[in-house]
Design a protein around this ligand. Structure first.
Ligand code: ADP
Length: 573
């Protein structure tokens, strides 16, 4: 703008200077011509008395007197009424043609005076003629050279050029400072536009009144734009918040495979927690997993929805690739990748199939034994009454084990359903006392002491589940104890938790088994477990009950020394 303004000012100044030079010259020339004519006319009028032009000697003296007085050359001609030239101071003996046809002469003969201007080839300039009738027969005509406008121009050109150059320098300096001055408020306004738009009007420069509507318009536009930006931000943030809080991974890419959006779960599940969308945009920056990249390519190029299950060491993720179509078009604009953590479902599936296999196996073993014994009796292989009684007793024992196994399985699946029948406030001390009295005979037969150290601790839970929990733990401590051993049961609470500690002096559990004893059907010593009527589901049931009430289990055990199991329930106030 500054350059343009400067150029415009320069052009206008140059044009006006040139125009004024031309006009001045023309006016000057006009003055000059009028002045020259007037001067000649005055001389002629003053000197046109008959006595001055009577004879040759008076004519010559008059001519000389006038020529000497003037600073330019003049031609004097005396013409008679027939047009013959009687005298001419510029003619040198040659006969001059008849002058009657000359406009100034004919006018003078007719009206007393006449004038005319014409170009003279001889002089190569304009000649002004003025003729006056000096008596009845003669006309005095005087002429002088009048410079043509071109010659006037040529003469004053050097002066004009230097004047023009001077003007140019002045105009240049003036235009420069003028431009700066004009633009200063505009520049200042641009510099402080932000402050101005904030409504701050304390400036050390003056804003043009004409610019005020502009600044108001800008302010209006700024408000509109910031409103629009805020709306967009709100929308983006809303989408961001929604996707950010999703536990599923969310990745949105365009058809060029540039990542447009990704949430924290997406980063974590794809295994690149440090991925920063600000700097890394291509999908390759996020993952190099060939299986994922292959499916991204297929989904985009073939416009196809794909599902892919990926298993990592500890997790199972399900990827859903959904192409995003352009509005009203069939071409793919991008791809939405949703990642679902299906670890729990997958593990449950695995557990279910393992459980079915285990159940079948566990049920099959006692049944096979029972069928074997029954067949032996049926075939008459066992005949004496004592043996028959012994084998029937074994069939009965296996049958009871089968029933307790089925009962445990049913209990476990009920607890797994997580539908607690009804909770009530239970005194854990009382519940443990009931269990102790149930197991006292068993403990006594094995010479094991059961010690209870309990406060009255109340917990909101299902009574059967809590009894089940105590029974399984104390029963194990009795079953896997040594003759003459002991079981210590402690129940206490602090501000936040309820603690149930069951400690025995039994066979203990070696470290390699400790992490697995809570699995279904897992038994360290299978024969001992079976001998004692164990199903391998006791601790599994305990674990599920503890989880049901948001508790935790801690196991401390040393082989041949004993086992300590601590259960911690959060105290609900
Ligand atoms: P079971 O019906 O076989 O007792 P559990 O699930 O109750 O099944 O226990 C699983 C296994 O853990 C048992 O077979 C046993 O080997 C071991 N176990 C459980 N409690 C104790 C304990 N107090 N001392 C030693 N081993 C134990």
């Amino acid at each position: 703008m500054k350059k343009r303004l400067f150029l415009i000012i320069m052009l206008i100044s140059i044009a006006s200077s040139a125009l004024s030079c031309i006009l001045t010259t023309l006016i000057y020339y006009n003055f000059y011509v009028t002045d020259a004519k007037n001067h000649l006319r005055t001389i002629v009028e003053l000197e046109a008395v008959p006595e001055n032009w009577e004879n040759e000697s008076t004519i010559k003296s008059s001519v000389n007197k006038i020529i000497n007085a003037a600073d330019y050359s003049m031609r004097f001609t005396i013409i008679d009424s027939s047009g013959n030239v009687i005298y001419d101071n510029w003619a040198h003996d040659e006969a001059l043609e008849n002058h009657l046809s000359r406009p100034e002469v004919s006018q003078a003969l007719k009206n007393g005076s006449g004038e005319y201007t014409r170009y003279s080839d001889t002089m190569a300039s304009d000649m002004y003629y003025y003729a006056v009738k000096i008596n009845d027969n003669n006309v005095l005509r005087v002429s002088r050279e009048i410079n043509s406008i071109n010659s006037v121009f040529i003469r004053i050109t050097p002066m004009l050029v230097s004047l023009f150059a001077g003007l140019l320098i002045i105009v240049y300096i003036a235009a420069n400072s003028f431009t700066k001055k004009i633009l200063k408020p505009v520049n200042e306004m641009t510099r402080t536009l932000d402050e101005m738009l904030e409504g701050n009007e304390s400036f050390d420069f003056k804003i043009y009144d004409e610019l005020k509507p502009l600044s108001h318009k800008i302010l209006e536009q700024k408000t509109k734009i910031s409103q629009y930006i805020n709306e967009l931000k709100y929308e983006r943030d809303t989408i961001g918040i929604i996707t950010e809080d999703m536990k599923e991974g969310f990745i949105l890419i365009n058809s060029e495979k540039q990542i447009l959006s990704i949430n924290t779960s997406g980063r974590r599940m794809i295994g690149n927690n440090k991925f920063d969308l600000k700097h890394n945009k291509n999908i390759l920056e996020l993952t190099r997993n060939a299986e994922i990249l292959k499916r991204i390519d297929t989904a985009i190029s073939e416009n196809k929805h794909l599902v892919y299950d990926m298993d990592t060491k500890s997790s199972h993720f399900r990827y859903y690739f959904s192409p995003v179509r352009q509005q009203n078009q069939s071409s793919v604009a991008g791809l939405l990748i949703l990642i679902e953590d299906v670890t729990i479902q997958k593990n449950a599936e695995i557990m279910r199939s393992e459980f079915s296999a285990n159940v079948s196996h566990e049920l099959k073993t006692p049944l096979t034994t029972m069928i074997g014994f029954a067949e032996m009796i049926k075939e008459g292989l066992i005949t004496d009454i004592d043996s028959i009684r012994k084998y029937c007793g074994m069939i009965n024992k296996e049958g009871l084990r089968l029933i307790s196994l089925i009962e445990d399985i049913m209990r476990l699946s009920k607890i797994e359903e997580k539908t607690v029948p009804e909770d009530s406030s239970i005194n854990l001390k009382e519940a443990s006392c009931d269990v102790i009295s149930l197991l006292q005979t068993k403990a006594d037969s094995l010479n094991i002491k059961l010690n209870l150290q309990a406060e009255d601790v109340f917990m909101k839970a299902n009574k059967n589940y809590i009894s089940e929990l105590f029974y399984n733990l104390v029963d194990n401590s009795v079953k896997y104890n040594k003759n003459g051993g002991s079981v210590d049961i402690k129940i206490k609470k602090d501000e936040n938790y309820i603690y149930i500690v069951i400690k025995d002096t039994g066979v203990g559990i070696s470290e390699e088994h400790q992490s697995r004893i809570f699995e279904r059907f897992y038994r360290v010593d299978k024969s001992r477990s079976k001998e004692t009527g164990g199903t391998g589901l006791g601790l599994s049931i305990v674990k599920h009950i503890v989880e049901l009430y948001d508790g935790t289990i801690e196991l401390k055990s040393k082989e041949y020394k004993g086992t300590e199991i601590t259960i911690k329930f959060p105290l609900i106030k």
